[in-house]
Design a protein around this ligand. Structure first.
Ligand SMILES: Nc1ncnc2c1ncn2[C@@H]1O[C@H](COP(=O)(O)OP(=O)(O)OP(=O)(O)O)[C@@H](O)[C@H]1O
Ligand SMILES: [Mg+2]
Length: 225
């Protein structure tokens, strides 16, 4: 059974009086557990839209999304919140961290939102920090960290709930080449424990490290390598 199956997924943005934007025009995709996949394509082709739907951050307009064989019901808020908390780790473009808060708080946030006790959350957050090599930064505020360090915090936060699916939108976009490679290495390595990793990237050297590369063009998958 595939971890992800998309059947003819369409996403149309309706923005008031302007013309509707057909961001995804019929995506069909199957992903097996333990795969690493790069999503590539020019700006505006629909990469983030696709990733946001996979991460249940945004609803599809038409079509079907099966996660672990279960149909995702985008209109059921509790069901969606449950999937996001338990199954998915999302590394946002530009990190999405709380800059005035400590590294520890940022990593523990998804656990605390899931009503875990502070002490248990702190223990798991420290473990996630260790696995991304940032335990020394644990007591620092985000605003004092470099871009590469922030990206690691964002990854630690994405994996702290031990999700089976990890999604990252341009995780190396603001990093130098060497740091970017380390970050991708870290993400791809997570497939060794059976996790599925999907990375949006415009960088070919990042995509080359993934098991499969999908090219999106104008809302459709044009090519799979
Ligand atoms: N919230 C939104 N409302 C209206 N249109 C949107 C919205 N988000 C994205 N779009 C439009 O949908 C299309 C696909 O956008 P998307 O963000 O998925 O592209 P992308 O491939 O991630 O681009 P980039 O490489 O620049 O991040 C674009 O035409 C964009 O303008
Ligand atoms: Mg994008």
């Amino acid at each position: 059974m595939s971890i992800i199956e998309l059947k003819n997924v369409i996403k149309t943005y309706y923005t008031g009086s302007e013309k509707p934007v057909h961001a995804l025009r019929g995506i069909n995709l199957k992903v097996e557990a333990g795969e690493s996949i790069a999503i590539q394509g020019v700006s505006g082709s629909g990469k983030s839209t696709l990733l946001n739907i996979l991460g249940c951050l945004d609803a599809l307009t038409e079509g079907e999304y099966y996660l672990d064989g279960e149909k995702v019901q985008f209109s059921n808020n509790r069901h969606i919140a449950d999937i996001r908390n338990k199954k998915i780790g999302f590394v946002l473009q530009n990190f999405g961290l709380l800059n005035d808060r400590y590294v520890s708080d940022n990593i523990a946030l998804p656990l605390l939102l899931g009503n875990m006790s502070k002490s248990k959350a702190d223990k798991l957050a420290m473990e996630a920090a260790k696995s991304t090599g940032i335990e020394k930064l644990y007591g620092k505020k985000i605003k004092k960290l470099s871009g590469g360090e922030r990206q690691r915090v964002a990854i630690a936060r994405a994996i702290v709930t031990d999700p089976e699916l990890i999604l990252a939108d341009e995780p190396t976009g603001s990093l130098d080449k060497a740091t970017g490679e380390q970050v991708v290495e870290m993400l791809v390595k997570m497939t060794q424990s059976g996790k599925t990793v999907i990375i949006v990237t415009h960088d070919d050297s990042v995509a080359e490290r993934c098991g499969r590369r999908l090219y999106i063009e104008d809302g459709l998958i044009r090519e799979v390598i």
